[in-house]
Design a protein around this ligand. Structure first.
Ligand code: GLA
Length: 388
């Protein structure tokens, strides 16, 4: 979204809802797409996501009438919510839907000793929901920045990411890792973020692929079991790690695996194999990005998908079909170097490496499989607060 051209529309939409006067600011947070390193973050592993050029905006202004309340309106869903600055609930209420992300974030800040101040929040943006671009992490991060600014406080990006993750755990019921919230906060334009989820060390990896770009294709489906299966995978990995006397699968060696081989179920074995090989692929991918080695990047995307589909069992028919279609066309016209499911799985999106000029024909050809649409990705900057 171009803030310069949208400024007056946004301002008048805000004022129509909350009245005029006062300085309106905007917390702006991008969506994310993960290039590689899937289901590794909560296993203390490596990930390589980018922020995308689609955003959630939270326009905000200090409260006037009722200083102890936070009033929220979402333009996208045409719904409102209101809660006290002293706290909301201990946990999420499924009936609150989207408002859980806002309330959960507010509560996570309160839990960290932030004294919230009243304000009016207006949520808008051009980041589609449920398209595998982590609109939830963007909403949490933009909300957190708006609430912190209203409270006259600041928080470093990493603790902020953990606060947003807590909102997701406690209020949305998904025990997600730390990848989404970290990249939404820390991303740099034209770079991917290499994040080590064990040490939390980060490195910005430049993306300079001449004539090639990453793109996402959204299946448009989201299977009901996504949340519960996600938590189940996490539990399987935690069980395997516990048998290995490790907190996460990060420290697991081949020797340790050999020693406990008989105690793991066949599916636990496959889960561990995915996590260990995926960590390796992340390192190889970052190196190939630096070399601009398109063929290797494509091969790693393909290998990641096979591993996610067979070993980790988080793909689904629609994702497999879309990946197969992209690859089949790529084999014919060399427009696509590789493709894989991205994000949590069980629906959602596929990320592919394409010749930039081939994107329009691919987007047209994939329409029957990418019912949620497609998007050429521009690696973008992380979240920030701007004046409107
Ligand atoms: C979701 C979670 C992330 C990560 C991915 C899978 O997007 O929010 O933390 O676990 O799934 O890699």
């Amino acid at each position: 979204m171009d803030l310069r051209t949208e400024r007056s529309r946004l301002l008048s939409a805000f004022q129509k809802r909350f009245g005029s006067g006062g300085q309106v600011r905007a917390a702006i947070a991008p969506g994310r797409s993960n290039l590689i390193g899937e289901h590794t973050d909560y296993n203390g592993g490596l990930v390589l996501p980018i922020a995308v050029d689609r955003h959630i905006l939270v326009l905000f202004r200090p409260a006037r009438g009722t200083p102890a309340r936070i009033a929220v309106y979402t333009e996208t869903l045409e719904a409102r919510d209101e809660f006290s600055v002293s706290g909301t609930h201990a946990a999420g209420d499924p009936k609150l839907h989207w408002a859980n992300y806002v309330r959960g974030t507010a509560q996570a800040l309160i839990n960290r000793g932030i004294k919230l101040k009243g304000g009016d929040l207006y949520i808008t943006g051009d980041l589609p929901r449920g398209a595998g671009l982590s609109s939830s992490a963007a909403l949490e991060t933009a909300t957190a920045l708006a609430l912190l600014t209203l409270a006259g406080r600041a928080m470093a990006p990493q603790p902020l990411a953990f606060a947003c993750q807590e909102a997701e755990h406690r209020f949305a019921g998904v025990r997600c890792g730390i990848m989404d919230q970290t990249v939404v906060g820390l991303a740099k334009p034209n770079h991917a973020l290499l994040l080590d989820c064990h040490s939390m060390a980060t490195r910005h990896v430049p993306i300079a692929l001449r004539g090639y770009s990453f793109a996402v294709f959204d299946t448009g489906v989201r299977h009901k079991l996504a949340g519960s299966e996600y938590n189940k995978r996490r539990a399987e990995c935690e069980h395997a790690a516990a048998l290995l006397k490790q907190k996460t699968l990060r420290g697991v060696t081949l020797d340790a695996m050999l020693a406990i081989a008989g105690s793991l179920t066949a599916s636990e074995h496959r889960r561990v194999r995915h996590v260990l090989t995926e960590n390796l692929r992340v390192v190889q991918f970052a190196a190939a990005l630096a070399r601009g080695d398109v063929a290797e990047l494509g091969a790693l995307l393909d290998a990641s998908h096979e591993s996610l589909s067979r070993d980790y069992a988080v793909s689904c028919v629609e994702l497999d079909q879309l990946v197969a279609q992209l690859r089949a066309r790529g084999a014919r016209d060399h427009g696509c170097a590789g493709a894989r499911m991205t994000g949590g799985g069980f629906g959602g999106a596929v990320v592919a490496l394409l010749k930039t000029s081939a994107f329009p024909p691919y987007a047209r050809a994939m329409k029957p499989y990418a019912k949620g649409g497609s998007l050429l990705l521009t690696p973008s900057a992380g979240a920030r607060v701007v004046r409107l």
